[in-house]
Design a protein around this ligand. Sequence first.
Ligand SMILES: C[S@@+](CC[C@H](N)C(=O)[O-])C[C@H]1O[C@@H](n2cnc3c(N)ncnc32)[C@H](O)[C@@H]1O
Length: 191
Amino acid sequence: MTTLRCRCERLWLRGLRLVFRFDAWHASAPYSCRPYKSKVVELVNALAPATAVEVGCGLGEILSRVTASERFGFDTDRAVIRAARFLHGDQVHWIHADFAAVALSLPQQRRIDCLIMVNWIHNISPEQLWACLLPLLPRLRWLIVDAIDRDGPASYRFKHDFAFLSAVAGRVSTTHISGEPRTLIVFKVAQ
Ligand SMILES: C[S@@+](CC[C@H](N)C(=O)[O-])C[C@H]1O[C@@H](n2cnc3c(N)ncnc32)[C@H](O)[C@@H]1O
C-alpha cells in the first residue's frame, strides 16, 4: 500500500524534477516508497564505516543517511548530482563521474570502508562490473550490492551471481527484500 508519506515525497520530487530535470525514476521511487533503501542504510551503518562511497547514488537518499564521517557519492547523471547537492548540501562529496572513473576521482590514499552499489548494476555485465571494481579492491573493506532474483523480470538485464568475487571477497550476509526480486549482499574483501 502506498503510504501518505510516500505520496507526499513523490509530489515533492516531481516538483523538484521540474527544476533539475533529473530522470523520472527518482521521482517515482522516493525513500519512503522503496524499503530496500532503508535496509541498505541499516546494513551500512551497522558496519560503522569511516569512509563510505556510493556509486550510482542518484539523489543521495541512501548516502545522506549513512553516518560515515567521509562520504562520496558518484553518478553519471549531472542533473541528479546537482539535485543531491541542493537536497543534502556539501557535507557529502557529490561527484559527477562514471563508475569506471571512481578509482581516479577519489583521493589516492583514501581507503574505502564501504562501497555501495544498488539498483543499477543489473544494467552492466559481470565483466564490466569486475573491470571497474578491480582497481578499487586494494583499498576496499566492505561491498554492498544488490542481486536480482534468477526468476526476476527480464527487464533486469544482468542477474549477477558475483562468482567473479569469490577469490577476493566473502559473503557476510544476504537480505531478501520483501515484495521485490532483489537481495542485498554484504561482501567483506580479503586484505
Ligand atoms: C535507479 S537509480 C538508483 C539510485 C540509488 N542507488 C538508489 O537506490 O536510490 C540508478 C542510478 O545509477 C546511476 N548510474 C547508472 N550507471 C552508472 C554508472 N556506470 N556510474 C555511475 N552511476 C551510474 C544512474 O544515473 C542513476 O542515478
